[in-house]
Ligand binder design. Structure first.
Ligand code: HEC
Length: 157
């Protein structure tokens, strides 16, 4: 390849790489597919963690012991009444096994979309009570207590 052409190709790839890194994920309602209105989000906590979810689709709190503990403390009042104390399922489905009504929940982006935007019936949008940071903390606990097939732990991939 000629030097000029090579330069042009690398310039194009650089632009592509940087726009990919900057592009933020559009979160969508799991039922309607409509973009979620993130302007109603409660801020507070560690804004950097949520920024990382927006950029990578991954929850930076996964595996972080302190975050998981906080997530558990938040899960108890916010979710356990419907999903059970061990997330074994009650009014709402179990969250610790590898069966998902919404397969997108096996990834952090999808799990967040269900928490933030809600799903059907009693699973209302959680942004009313929880900040985006608190949702990420709860999500890290849900991943921590996972008892399903390790191969189906898509959020790790
Ligand atoms: C008032 C009861 C109620 C509360 C509170 C509640 N949920 Fe739910 N949740 C449900 C029900 C019912 C469903 C099933 C909805 C559906 O199938 O669309 C559900 C569905 C879900 C799903 C989808 C599961 C799957 O298999 O795809 C997730 C994830 C979830 N809830 C997480 C949470 C978390 C985390 C909290 C706390 C922040 C929470 N929910 C609070 C009742 C509740």
């Amino acid at each position: 390849m000629k030097r000029t052409k090579l330069l042009a190709v690398s310039a194009v790839s650089l632009v592509l790489i940087s726009t990919t890194a900057l592009a933020e994920i559009t979160f969508r309602n799991v039922i309607s597919g409509e973009p979620l209105d993130m302007s109603v989000a409660k801020s507070g906590g560690n804004a950097e963690a949520f920024k990382q979810l927006k950029e990578t689709g991954k929850n930076p709190y996964n595996g972080d012991k302190a975050a998981i503990q906080k997530g558990h403390d938040l899960y108890m009042p916010a979710c356990s009444g419907c999903h059970g104390h061990e997330a074994e399922g009650k009014l709402g489905p179990g969250l610790a096994d590898d069966y998902w009504t919404y397969p997108s929940a096996a990834k952090d982006q999808g799990l967040f979309e269900i928490l933030f935007g809600g799903a059907n019936g009693m699973m209302g949008p959680q942004y009313v009570n929880l900040s985006t940071d608190e949702m990420l903390l709860i999500m890290s606990w849900v991943r921590d207590i996972y008892k399903g097939d390790p191969k189906k732990a898509k959020w790790l991939k």
